[in-house]
Design a protein around this ligand. Structure first.
Ligand SMILES: [Mn+2]
Length: 365
């Protein structure tokens, strides 16, 4: 299928007539579809979950077509699991998917061939709706709406719903709100005016009690164990802190630890690497302006694995050749060397965040 020339990856369509609205074009292309399935990146986050739910609501309300929401890999972060349970998401695991005749697939919050899907690419992909910098293979995709300046894909979905004047249920509004909130809550903020107008529109429609329960989801013991390991294995190199967690039972703890450490007032960059089974899970944050963290981490990781993300937040994964301590050590050393070079920090011995002597004294007392 050829890509219609009216749709561009970066926008640029400014004609204010209703027929040129992206939501109209998005829906028009689905008129013949027998069913619409929504897919997202591995370990779906609130932005991808909210986007799938919001778009399914849009499609059901306007076209009365059946929809499916899917799940690529486990959802592990406590808040994300609370969101799925409390808002009663019905998610089909991607490994069980088969495509019906005339089915259309809409990919949200990610792009094809970026290494962020375990799903093969033989799906009948109709649309890609995203806000990531990480460039994907968009060749031949009929409908593309990628807005790299936007804080959240949910803001774009909210815009579509506003354009089409679709009444929102509390459930849909709450999911979209939480999706945006999680993407724009960092400091400095990674948000655009469209994110703020979407939140203003959504807030009165949300279930505030539900939002509070999701935000304050209870945490497993392993979270605190990882925080302890992290404090014992954090090393400061100039304005960068690198932290190794060598026993990380759940991959989501890498980002949680990174969020926790990022508020340290002596650094502008934090990289967390957590060993989870045979993988090193990476999470990076920065407060530096125009940092292009996603791009930077992707270059640093290079052939060792895959990585990507946003201006100030990035993530990645490296498959460990072996889980022997010396092998993990080699991977970590190489990664540290590359990151120091990328940030133009002189090769040096890291200073421990918590001096060993103090740790030992604490254990003895
Ligand atoms: Mn997102």
């Amino acid at each position: 299928m050829a890509r219609p020339s009216a749709v561009s990856a970066e926008g640029g369509c400014t004609t204010p007539t209703s027929s040129s609205r992206r939501s109209d074009r998005f829906l028009r292309g689905l008129e013949q579809a027998s069913r619409i399935s929504f897919v997202s990146h591995v370990h779906p986050d609130p932005d991808s979950l909210g986007s799938m739910l919001g778009l399914a609501h849009l499609v059901e309300s306007t076209l009365a077509k059946p929809t499916r929401l899917t799940c690529d890999g486990p959802i592990s972060r406590a808040e994300n699991r609370a969101m799925v349970e409390l808002l009663q998401f019905d998610l089909e695991p991607v490994e069980e998917l088969t495509w019906a005749e005339g089915e259309a697939v809409v990919m949200v919050d990610s792009q094809p061939n970026t290494g962020r899907h375990s799903l093969g690419m033989e799906m009948p992909l109709y649309a890609v709706i995203d806000h990531h910098d990480t460039p994907g293979d968009l060749e031949g995709v009929p409908f593309v709406d990628v807005r790299r300046k936007l804080g959240a894909t949910c803001s774009l979905v909210t815009r579509y719903l506003m354009e089409q004047e679709i009444p929102l249920t509390k459930r849909v509004a709450t999911a979209l709100m939480y999706g945006i909130e999680t993407e724009v809550s960092g400091s400095p903020r990674d948000a655009a005016p469209l994110d703020d107008s979407a939140m203003q529109f959504l807030f009165p429609l949300t279930d505030k009690d539900m939002l509070a329960r999701i935000r304050n989801a209870r945490l497993p013991e392993s979270y605190y164990e990882c925080i302890l390991q992290a404090l014992q294995n954090s090393f400061v190199y100039d304005r960068l802190m690198i932290c190794w967690v060598n026993e990380m039972p759940h991959s989501e703890h890498a980002a949680e630890v990174c969020d926790f450490l990022m508020r340290f007032d002596q650094v502008d960059w934090v990289l967390v690497g957590g060993v989870c089974e045979d993988r090193l899970i990476l999470s990076m944050r920065t407060t530096a302006p125009q940092a292009w963290a996603g791009e930077l981490l992707r270059n640093v990781v290079g052939n060792m694995g895959r990585a990507g993300g946003h201006d100030r937040r990035a993530g990645g994964v490296i498959m460990l050749p072996s889980t022997a301590p010396s092998s993990i050590d080699d991977v970590q050393s190489e990664l540290r060397r590359r990151l120091l070079r990328a940030l133009r920090i002189e090769e040096q011995r890291g200073r421990r965040l918590m001096p060993l002597r103090e740790m030992l004294q604490n254990l003895q007392s």
